[in-house]
Design a protein around this ligand. Structure first.
Ligand SMILES: *[C@@H]1O[C@H](CO)[C@@H](O)[C@H](O)[C@H]1NC(C)=O
Ligand SMILES: *[C@@H]1O[C@H](CO)[C@@H](O)[C@H](O)[C@H]1NC(C)=O
Length: 178
C-alpha cells in the first residue's frame, strides 16, 4: 500500500516535471530574435526621415555581434547593471526586453526603442538634451552597414539585442551624424 503510494508520487512528480519542461518557453535561434531584414528596414526608415542614406546588413559585423552575445550568455551576464559594451572597432547599441507577458524585444523592436531618443537630439546645436546616442548611431551617415546578435536569459524570457555599426561614427561634439 505504502509502496504503491510512493511510486504514484514519483510518477506524478516526473509528470509535473515533464509538463513544466514542455510548457516552458522554447529555445529560439538568435537569428529569429534579430530578424535582420526587418531590423535593416526599420533603421532605414529612421535614416530616410532625416535624409540619410540607407545601411546594408554586414555578415562580418553580425558575426562579431553574435560572438559577443554568445560570450555574455556563457558568462551569465543578464542584469542591466552588468552590461558592458564590447569595446570593439564598431559603434554599438544594446537593448533588453522581456518576452512575457508579451513579446517586447527583437531587432526591430530594439531599433524602435532607440528611436524614442530622437526628441532628445537637437540638430541645430548637435547636442543631446537627454540620452540620444543610440538614436544618433542609427542615423550616423558615417556608418554604412550593421550587424546584430542576440541571446536570452532567465529561462528564455529576457532577450538581449546587440547591434554593431561599421564604420564606427566619429561621435565627437564637432561631427554631425547628418
Ligand atoms: C563589413 O564589415 C567589414 C569588417 O568591418 C568591412 O571590412 C566591410 O567593408 C563591411 N562591408 C560593408 C558592405 O560595409
Ligand atoms: C554627413 O553629414 C555631414 C553634416 O551634414 C556632411 O558634412 C557629410 O558630408 C555627410 N557625410 C556623408 C557620407 O553623407
Amino acid at each position: 500500500m505504502s509502496s504503491l503510494g510512493n511510486s504514484l508520487f514519483i510518477v506524478l512528480a516526473l509528470f509535473c516535471f515533464f509538463l513544466t519542461t514542455s510548457y516552458g518557453l522554447p529555445n529560439v535561434k538568435p537569428i529569429d530574435d534579430v530578424q535582420p531584414e526587418q531590423t535593416v528596414a526599420v533603421h532605414n526608415e529612421i535614416r530616410a526621415a532625416v535624409g540619410v542614406a540607407p545601411l546594408v546588413w554586414n555578415e562580418t559585423v553580425a558575426a562579431y555581434a553574435q560572438n559577443y552575445a554568445n560570450k555574455l550568455a556563457k558568462a551569465g551576464t543578464c542584469a542591466y547593471t552588468d552590461m558592458r559594451h564590447s569595446g570593439g572597432p564598431y559603434g554599438e547599441n544594446i537593448a533588453a526586453g522581456w518576452v512575457q507577458p508579451k513579446d517586447q524585444m527583437s531587432g526591430p523592436i530594439a531599433t524602435k526603442y532607440w528611436l524614442t531618443e530622437k526628441p532628445n537630439y537637437d540638430h541645430a546645436t548637435n547636442k543631446c538634451k537627454d540620452v540620444c546616442g543610440h538614436y544618433t548611431q542609427i542615423v550616423a551617415n558615417q556608418s554604412f552597414s550593421l550587424g546584430c546578435g542576440s541571446y536570452r536569459c532567465h529561462d528564455n524570457e529576457l532577450i538581449w539585442i546587440i547591434c554593431d555599426y561599421y564604420p564606427m561614427p566619429v561621435g565627437d561634439a564637432n561631427t554631425r551624424p547628418y
